[in-house]
Design a protein around this ligand. Structure first.
Ligand code: AMP
Length: 192
């Protein structure tokens, strides 16, 4: 199995690159953002709770997010591994993921692929995506800036943890989508 954490600030292209990685290596994408949006669309209790944070550009509390992730990993799948997109976003989530992957999959995280994009480009990309995505958190510059702030105050430290484990690889997230995918593929091939 290959288990990949796809890391980077909002708007760095995690969702797009996850699509290419899942096709190339037959992986299952687990996106906590997508799972929250699914719950919001269906107006579940979890969706209502998540919305109160997401609409402000804040992170949803760790426990709620982690419980949702565990439920997702319990579903059977015949893929060669997982891509975690948008999780972990805090130190506590990073530690939880290690335990969950061990307990639910009897496995480990192999690599953290980090997409690097400067802030100015992130804001431009997210505002542009907001024109068509229908995502309330993409449509307003203050919310976007808060999401980026949350990234630096709570999420950036996740990179340090994977660096300490020797699993952290940075890839430039600006350029042609295909070209970035090829760089990510090459990094995965190295550890296969
Ligand atoms: P994303 O689609 O990954 O950009 O996530 C959209 C929003 O969902 C984030 O701004 C957070 O409010 C929430 N969210 C997604 N994943 C997480 C996570 N791992 N921890 C906390 N909140 C999350």
């Amino acid at each position: 199995m290959i288990n990949i954490v796809l890391f980077g600030p909002p708007g760095s292209g995690k969702g797009t690159q996850a699509q290419n990685l899942i096709e190339k290596f037959n992986l299952k994408q687990v996106s906590t953002g997508d799972l929250f949006r699914y719950n919001m669309k269906n107006d579940t209790e979890l969706g209502k709770l998540a919305k109160s944070y997401i609409d402000k550009g804040e992170l949803v509390p760790d426990q709620v997010t982690t419980d949702m992730l565990i439920d997702e990993l319990k579903k059977p799948t015949d893929t060669n591994g997982f891509i975690f997109d948008g999780y972990p976003r805090t130190t506590a989530q990073t530690e939880a993921l290690e335990t969950i992957v061990k307990e639910e999959l009897n496995d480990k995280i192999d690599i953290c692929l980090s997409l690097v994009v400067e802030d100015k480009i992130l804001v431009e990309r997210l505002l542009k995506r907001g024109e068509t995505s229908g995502r309330s958190d993409d449509s307003n510059v203050e919310i976007i800036e808060n999401r980026i702030k949350e990234y630096y105050t709570k999420t950036a430290e996740v990179a340090e943890l994977y660096k300490q484990q020797g699993k952290y690889v940075e890839v430039n997230g600006v350029g042609e989508i295909e070209e970035i995918s090829q760089k990510l593929f090459a990094e995965v091939e190295k550890i296969k």
